[in-house]
Design a protein around this ligand. Structure first.
Ligand SMILES: C[S@@+](CC[C@H](N)C(=O)[O-])C[C@H]1O[C@@H](n2cnc3c(N)ncnc32)[C@H](O)[C@@H]1O
Length: 354
């Protein structure tokens, strides 16, 4: 096994970046793959990782680590090509020359971080989560306790402090919020009239990041692709909101978090998560669902429970994954699909039934 495997996984990631709207990373990773094949500085930096499995995201660990150096001001020659640092991408060959120079100049700094999985917190997904929360608030008119599983930096625990705009001109949320999600929803809106009051914000993650520290903020920023300015704007805005609106973030698995959960009278308990289910072993998934059912059997209209999930799922066995927003409530009905989001959130196609 081999360099060929590594070259192939980097090329796959290059294609994925192109499809997901990062021409900068598409072109860069294409050249990284070529450099690995040729035994250049990228091959030296990635030595020892030749057989890393594709899903470990080695290519994104590499780009994230280099982006971190750019944002920290340690790679000024590359920064001139990175929109995240105020630059404008030059021709692909020029960008690659600057990237390659970072690998040559900082091999130890880059290698040190390659073992850390990319850690993102996608603020755009709040478009789906908040819309779902409005459905819950419309159904149960009492204050909400939020528990987020796999919360990362916990930024979306402040989703009620963001501004959401529908293409039809309607909007929800503080007009002066530093986070504005343009084109958040398409089709019918979620119930914008619902009175939403969030009284408790609690997140758990096996590797939580503190967005209030420069280190935590830099980590979150570094894994956003540098030419995706809208995502960066949202993230920077959410870091500002997080500094003003406290939330509790603890290191715990999803299973441990729900096992210690209890319902509270006069409060709607909402357990939500986005793009984290795929990381759980089957046994942990089953344990989480079992515990939610158990809590659901104790739920009443005075202490209801809601499970809101934004996760990639197949609508049919052979169909491609869709980022589906689902809601189940106790007391209530079976799980319903409220809408279909994009991988990074907006626009969310809202379902009329939702
Ligand atoms: C792709 S990130 C998504 C983060 C956030 N939910 C979002 O949508 O931006 C997946 C998160 O799940 C966390 N995670 C992975 N396994 C977990 C587990 N067993 N229990 C809790 N969190 C877990 C990871 O640490 C990571 O923060």
């Amino acid at each position: 096994m081999s360099r060929d495997h590594l070259v192939a996984t980097i090329r796959q990631q290059a294609d994925a970046c192109g499809q997901l709207g990062s021409p900068l990373y598409r072109d860069l990773l294409d050249r990284v793959a070529g450099d690995v094949a040729a035994g250049g500085p990228a091959a030296r930096v990635l030595a020892g990782h030749e057989d890393d499995p594709g899903p470990s995201g080695l290519a994104l660990r590499l780009t994230g680590t280099v982006h971190r150096l750019v944002l920290a001001g340690e790679a000024p020659t590359l920064a001139v090509h990175y929109p995240s640092a105020g630059g404008t991408p030059g021709r692909p060959a020029e960008v690659w020359a600057a990237f390659r120079a970072v690998l040559e100049d900082h091999p130890a700094a880059v290698r040190r971080r390659l073992d850390q999985p990319p850690q993102t917190n996608e603020v755009g997904r709040a478009a789906a989560l908040l819309g779902g929360l409005l459905h819950v608030a419309a159904r149960f008119d009492q204050p909400v306790r939020l528990l987020e599983l796999g919360a990362s930096g916990g930024l979306n625990l402040r989703a009620d402090r963001f501004r959401y705009e529908h293409v039809d001109g309607s909007a929800w949320g503080p007009p002066d919020s530093p986070v504005v999600l343009h084109d958040a929803w398409r089709g019918p809106s979620p119930p914008l009239h619902a009175a939403l009051r969030v009284m408790e914000r609690r997140g758990t993650d096996v590797a939580p990041l503190d967005p209030a520290t420069p280190e935590g903020a830099l980590t979150l920023l570094s894994y956003v692709w540098p030419d995706q300015l809208e995502r960066l704007r949202r993230l920077r805005g959410a870091l500002t909101v997080a500094a003003e609106v406290p939330a509790t973030l603890v290191r715990a698995s999803a299973r441990a978090a729900v096992e210690s959960l209890q319902l509270v009278d006069g409060r709607t308990t909402v357990v939500w998560h986005s793009v984290m289910w795929q990381y759980l072993e089957n046994a942990e998934r089953a344990a989480v669902l079992r515990r939610l059912d158990e809590l659901g059997s104790e739920a009443t209209r005075d202490r209801p429970l809601a499970h809101l999930a934004l996760e990639p799922r197949r609508p049919a066995r052979a169909a491609p994954h869709e980022f589906m927003l689902t809601l189940q409530t106790w007391p209530g009905e079976v799980e319903v699909v409220l809408g279909i989001a994009q991988p990074h959130g907006p626009p969310v196609d809202w379902r009329p039934a939702g």
